[in-house]
Design a protein around this ligand. Structure first.
Ligand code: ADP
Ligand code: ZN
Ligand code: ZN
Length: 680
């Protein structure tokens, strides 16, 4: 390599300003990605420091005008060096440009506006005082301490049922690492990042903690990262981007709820936080601990083959907390018996019982990929967004007026597209056939609230969904008011099953367990199992026994049966059988190439030529599936198609990705399209 691209003043904003320099012969084998160098810059003989972010054998402009690197800055492996090296690794592994990768790892530099302090819901503060670890917990912590002190950096997978005290275990591990003078990153999926969780850490570790969540402004995020850079904090808690905290001596990464889908980024580079955490921990010689009550199939498979060390916490931490008993109700039989309501007889009976005993109930609807849409009873057409290939969702007026208030009479709802934001009034007649018989279908959370009120008029009901939690702080407020016993029934989507402790809940109703099974995703059975186990885990966290009722149209499906038995290993066996037969991860790796554009024919044409080129160049050993329309084919008038390739060898997929990208860059008509790569 003869030339190096350098960024002076490394920050997100300056990523587009790279300058190419010649590498003198004497430094040829001393300079790599992330090296801090001094270079002549601007007029006169001034030198500045800058980071090497790319190396090339090709000069971007005339060589005789190019300046030369003056030297390497001594002692120059900084936190930024490691972030740049990490960005390079992400670019290679996930198929992005270096620019995109740097923008992902570097914070946006911005001044912080004077901030109004958020009002914290302190009412639900957990009881003070540390817990003494039980023998199961001690065994894990002891193994961690030994491995850590011996320099063994094999990642830990902690498989512990809900309420088994994983958080206490993490905190004991963190203490050990802090005592060695090193820093810690704690990853929590955004959805579980409630004040209740954060407060537990505050109570233990005090002011040395920083919290990073998506509702911070860019300036606030920058400020948090800056505190870490300047050694003012030791523990960063946050969602996946907390990985990019510039700690100088990182000693441990904890990843709670490691199975969560939110750990995968949806922006290029589409990285998975688990993989990046593993890489980062190796770069720092730090420990890496993952935990879950329902480990991802990938991680459990790795634990079984010895790549991770597996630890189990099979029981709830305190003896008073008994696991919930789980009942499965077959909804087909309910209909046969003439019950067309969304509540089975059994669930209704248990809800009435809880109302009487003044205990709390949670009703859970897994609404992802599903919503209340409106269709015509005459012609059957659903009302669709004119720009996207999805049904519009019906929002009642009520949601705009706040919880519990009545809709202004005579007003109908609005139709909203959840993909592009398009809105319209609910039409009086069907746009296709003109019939006036339009009707809402499906059960959204609002509908469930209405039906629950009809059944239990005296119940105090809270509802949690996108509408009631869009305001800053409302998520935490709703959860803590329920935890404080200010309502009898909490209705919500997946956001109610994560993170928060509700000691008063003794009944959990899962209204239609199969909804997530129908999602067009090879992980749909895994997601369903995880959601059901977690939802059931919400029942009986206090000292009273709890019951979970799973209502389902497919009670014989293995993900529902094993969830009802709370039997993860049984689920894992079945799921691995399925993945082996069809060749999905972790049995194979998969690359999805998605091409998108406004011209449908051009998208199709380009996908075909990619398929032919890959088959021609990589031979029959690389079967290509597709092109097929993406699960949502059209969004915002843009058409999207996918090609899938499965391989045991990840490197072959990377070679394919690079090959496609090179041809793409050389093809004129590709300027009117976009391409994205997604590895799994
Ligand atoms: P998890 O993260 O595995 O769901 P938590 O760490 O939240 O579990 O613990 C669940 C509850 O049990 C918490 O209220 C916690 O304070 C309590 N707990 C944890 N460890 C113990 C212990 N050794 N003895 C008694 N209670 C415990
Ligand atoms: Zn019609
Ligand atoms: Zn739309």
């Amino acid at each position: 390599m003869l030339y190096a691209s350098i960024i002076i003043d490394i920050s997100h904003e300056n990523v587009d300003r790279m300058f190419q320099y010649r590498i003198p012969d004497s430094l040829q084998d001393k300079i790599g990605i992330g090296t801090l160098v001094s270079v002549p810059f601007g007029n006169g003989n001034r030198t500045r420091k800058g980071y090497v972010v790319e190396l090339s054998a090709k000069a971007d402009y005339e060589e005789d005008k190019m300046k030369e690197i003056a030297g390497i800055v001594p002692g120059s492996v900084t936190a930024d060096t490691r972030l740049i090296m990490l960005a390079w690794w992400m670019k290679e592994r996930y198929g992005s440009t270096m620019n995109q990768a740097l923008k992902t790892v570097l914070p946006v530099k911005r001044k912080v506006k004077a901030r109004k302090d958020d009002v914290l819901p302190t009412g639900s503060l957990p009881a003070a005082g540390g817990t003494v670890l039980n023998t199961d917990q001690q065994r894990v912590v002891e193994a961690f301490r030994c491995a850590y002190d011996a320099g063994d950096r094999t990642p830990f997978l902690l498989y512990g049922v809900t309420g088994s005290g994983k958080t206490e275990v993490y905190m004991a591990m963190i203490e050990h690492v802090l005592a060695a003078g090193r820093q810690v990153i704690v990853l929590i999926p955004e959805i579980s990042l409630t004040w209740q969780t954060v407060l537990r850490f505050y109570r233990r570790f005090g002011e040395r903690i920083c919290v990073m969540h998506s509702r911070l402004s860019a300036g606030e995020r920058y400020e948090q990262f800056d505190r870490a850079r300047n050694g003012k904090t030791d523990i960063m808690i946050g969602a996946r981007s907390a990985l990019f905290t510039p700690f100088s001596n990182l000693g441990l990464i904890v990843m709670d709820e490691e199975h969560e889908g939110a750990y995968k980024s949806e922006m290029t580079p589409r990285y998975h936080a688990r993989e990046v955490a593993e890489k980062l921990s190796r770069m720092h010689n730090a420990a890496f601990v993952m935990g879950s009550a329902t480990p991802s199939v990938e991680s459990y498979d790795r634990a079984r083959s010895g790549i991770y060390r597996l630890f189990e916490l099979p029981n709830r931490a305190s003896k008073e907390m008994r696991p919930a008993s789980v009942e499965v109700v077959d909804l087909r039989k309910e209909i046969q018996n003439g019950n067309k309501s969304i509540f089975s007889d059994r669930l209704r009976e248990l809800m009435a019982d809880r109302m009487e005993k003044k205990e709390q109930t949670m009703l859970f609807i897994n609404r992802r990929g599903y919503s209340s849409f409106v269709s015509c009873r005459a012609c059957g057409e659903a009302l669709k967004c004119p720009h996207c290939d999805v049904s519009l969702t019906l929002h009642n007026r009520e949601s705009q007026y706040g919880l519990g208030r009545k809709e202004p009479t005579g007003r109908q709802g609005r139709m909203v597209c959840h993909y592009c934001g398009f809105q319209m009034e609910l039409p009086k007649r069907c746009p296709s056939c003109g019939s006036p018989y339009l009707a809402g279908f499906g059960i959204g959370t609002q509908k469930i609230e209405t039906l629950t009120r009809e059944l239990f008029p005296e119940a105090r009901i809270l509802r949690m969904d996108m509408d009631t939690t869009s305001k800053k702080g409302s998520h935490d407020r709703l959860l803590s008011s329920f935890a404080n016993g200010e309502a009898d029934i909490l209705i919500g989507t997946q956001m109610i099953v994560k993170g928060h402790d509700f000691p008063g809940v003794t009944l959990v109703g899962i209204l239609v367990a199969d909804l997530s099974l129908c999602a067009p995703d090879f992980r749909s059975a895994e997601r369903t199992f995880q959601l059901l186990v977690q939802a059931a885990g919400r029942a009986g966290r206090g000292n009273r026994a709890g019951t979970a009722v799973i209502q389902s149209y497919m009670p014989e499906h293995y993900s529902i049966r094993t969830a009802a038995d709370q039997n993860y290993p049984a689920f894992f066996e079945k799921e691995m059988d399925y993945r082996s037969v069809v060749g999905y991860p972790p049995v194979c790796h998969m690359l999805c190439i998605q091409v998108a554009g406004k011209e449908e024919e051009l998208v199709t044409h380009m996908m075909e030529s990619i398929r032919v080129a890959v088959e021609h160049n990589f031979g029959t050993g690389v079967p290509v599936i597709g092109p097929v329309p993406a699960p949502v084919y059209k969004i915002n008038d843009i058409y999207r198609k996918n090609l899938y390739m499965k391989q045991k060898n990840y490197d072959i997929l990377i070679r394919i990705q690079k090959y496609v990208q090179n041809r793409w860059d050389e093809t004129e008509s590709c300027r009117r399209l976009t391409v994205q790569y997604d590895f799994s």
